[in-house]
Design a protein around this ligand. Structure first.
Ligand SMILES: Cc1ncc(COP(=O)(O)O)c(C=O)c1O
Length: 440
C-alpha cells in the first residue's frame, strides 16, 4: 500500500487547481471512518479532531444516519422543489423551532457560501441597500458576495463585489489593537467603533451586519459574551439587521448553547447554517424572520437545496444529535481538552493562547516570549500530531492557530488519547528550534 498517496497526489496536482491546498508534506486520503476514527489509503488509523472541517458532527458511520441515506437513496434521490418534499418540510419545521426565532421560515441550499449569499440577498432586498457590515478576520465563503464580507486577505481572491462593505473590530481578546483592557471595555470600545463606522463610512441606511459568533477559519477567535448584544443595540437604533453565520458554531458544538449567538443575549434576524447538519451530505440554509424570507419578489430556486436525500440525512443526523444530547457531551469533553491544553500556557513558550468553547478550541502558537505568530511551528505540529495518530486543523489570520474540533461524540477516553498526542507534538516542536519564517 506504500506509495498509494504519492501516486494519487501526482494525479491530483495534474487536474486540480493549484490553490486547492492540502495538509501535510505527504498528503493523505481518508478512505473510511467509524466514530471519531478514520483510516487512510495506506492503512494508517487516526483519531480525527477536525471532522472534515467541523462537518462530521455526530461521527463517522453512524448507523442511524447511514440507514436513513440508504433508505432514501433506494426510494428517490431528487425530485426538485417543484414538488412537495416531505423530509425537507419536516427538516424546516425542526430547524424553525430550534432557531428560537418566532414563526421562522427556512430556505435550503447546498453549502455555507450559498446560505450566506441568500442571507445577504434577503437583507439587501428588504432594506433596499447594498451596504453591509462585517467583522475583520471573518470568513463567510467563496462567492463574490461571501468573499466580500470575508475580512481575511488570504481567503479574498477578488475585490469585485456586489456589496459595499465596512469592517468592524471583531472583539479579539488576544490580539486586541486596544491592548489588554478587559472584556467590558473591549466590548464598549468596539460598539463605539461601530457607531463611528456607521457615521464615517456609510450613508446610514445599512442592510445588515453578518458575523460569526466564534470566527472559525479566523482561528476560533471568541469575543466576550454579550459582545454582539452590545453591537446589536447600536444596529437596532438604525433598523440594521443581524445575520448570525452559524456554519461552524451551530448545533451545540459550543457546548454551553445550541447556537453561538445565544452567548450574546440576542435573537438574530437570520441564521445561516451548513457543515454539520448533513454530517457530510451537502446541505445548508437560512432560517429567519418570515417577512425577510418572503421579501424576494422574483422566482428563485436552489436545484439541490433540501433534496430528499440530503434532507433525510440531516433529519436522522439531528435526531441522533438531540437524542444523544451531544451538546452536553461537547461541553463536558471540551472542558477536559481545554483544561489539559491550558496547562501548556505555563509549560511552553510556544503556546500564546488557548481559547474556545465546547469542542471548538484554538491553540495559538507564537515565537516564545512574544506574540509574534509562529505559522511554521503550527505546520510542524500538524505534521507531528499526524505521526502520533492525530488529525487536527489549522487557521487564523497568520496560519498559526491549531484548530481542535472533533465530532461531538468524542469520548473522555479518546479525548485524553488525543490530548496526549497533541501535547507531545507541541512539546516536540518546541524542543526542535524552528527557524523563524520557515515553510508554511
Ligand atoms: C463560518 C463559515 N461560513 C461560511 C462558510 C462557507 O461554507 P462552504 O464551504 O460550505 O461554502 C464556511 C466554510 O468554512 C465557514 O466556516
Amino acid at each position: 500500500m506504500a506509495g498509494t498517496h504519492a501516486a494519487l497526489l501526482e494525479r491530483h496536482r495534474r487536474v486540480m487547481p493549484a490553490w486547492l491546498s492540502l495538509y501535510y508534506d505527504e498528503p493523505i486520503e481518508l478512505v473510511s471512518g467509524s466514530g471519531v476514527r478514520v483510516t487512510d489509503g495506506e492503512g494508517n488509523e487516526y483519531l480525527d479532531f477536525f471532522g472534515g472541517i467541523l462537518t462530521t458532527m455526530t461521527g463517522y458511520d453512524v448507523p442511524e444516519v447511514v440507514d436513513a441515506i440508504r433508505t432514501q437513496a433506494g426510494r428517490m434521490l431528487h425530485s426538485s422543489t417543484l414538488y412537495l418534499i416531505r423530509p425537507m418540510v419536516e427538516l424546516a419545521e425542526r430547524i424553525a423551532e430550534l432557531s428560537t426565532i418566532p414563526d421562522a421560515k427556512v430556505f435550503f441550499v447546498g453549502s455555507g457560501t450559498e446560505a450566506n449569499e441568500v442571507a445577504l440577498l434577503l437583507c439587501s432586498t428588504a432594506r433596499r441597500s447594498n451596504q453591509v457590515l462585517a467583522l475583520r478576520n471573518s470568513y463567510h465563503g467563496r462567492s463574490f458576495a461571501a468573499m466580500s464580507v470575508t475580512g481575511n486577505r488570504s481567503w479574498s481572491a477578488s475585490s469585485l463585489s456586489p456589496l459595499r462593505v465596512s469592517y468592524l473590530h471583531n472583539g479579539d481578546r488576544y490580539r486586541s489593537p486596544f491592548g489588554d483592557i478587559g472584556d467590558e471595555e473591549l466590548t464598549a470600545v468596539c460598539a463605539a467603533d461601530l457607531r463611528n463606522v456607521l457615521e464615517t463610512t456609510t450613508s446610514g441606511d445599512v442592510a445588515c451586519l453578518i458575523a460569526e459568533p466564534i470566527q472559525g477559519v479566523g482561528g476560533f477567535v471568541v469575543p466576550p459574551d454579550g459582545f454582539f448584544g452590545a453591537l446589536k443595540d447600536v444596529l437596532d437604533e438604525h433598523g440594521i439587521l443581524f445575520v448570525s453565520d452559524e456554519v461552524q458554531t451551530g448545533w451545540g458544538r459550543t457546548g454551553e448553547h445550541f447556537w453561538g449567538f445565544q452567548a450574546h443575549g440576542i435573537v438574530p434576524d437570520l441564521v445561516t447554517f451548513a457543515k454539520g447538519l448533513g454530517n457530510g451530505m451537502a446541505i445548508g440554509g437560512v432560517v429567519g424572520r418570515a417577512d425577510l424570507l418572503d421579501s424576494v419578489h422574483a422566482s428563485s430556486i436552489s436545484t439541490f437545496g433540501g433534496n430528499p436525500l440530503a434532507s433525510s440525512a440531516a433529519l436522522a443526523n439531528l435526531d441522533y444529535l438531540l437524542g444523544h444530547d451531544l451538546q452536553t457531551n461537547a461541553a463536558k469533553v471540551g472542558e477536559q481538552l481545554m483544561s489539559g491544553l491550558r496547562q501548556l500556557l505555563d509549560r511552553t513558550g510556544l503556546v500564546g493562547d488557548v481559547r474556545g468553547k465546547g469542542l471548538m478550541i484554538g491553540v495559538e502558537l507564537v515565537e516564545p516570549g512574544s506574540t509574534v505568530p509562529a505559522p511554521a511551528a503550527a505546520t510542524a505540529v500538524l505534521e507531528q500530531a499526524r505521526r502520533r495518530g492525530l488529525l487536527v486543523g489549522k487557521g487564523g489570520l497568520y496560519g498559526n492557530v491549531l484548530r481542535i474540533a472533533p465530532p461531538l461524540c468524542l469520548s473522555p477516553t479518546d479525548a485524553s488519547t488525543g490530548l496526549e498526542a497533541l501535547v507531545g507534538a507541541i512539546e516536540h516542536v518546541e524542543g526542535t528550534s524552528m527557524p523563524a519564517g520557515g515553510p508554511r
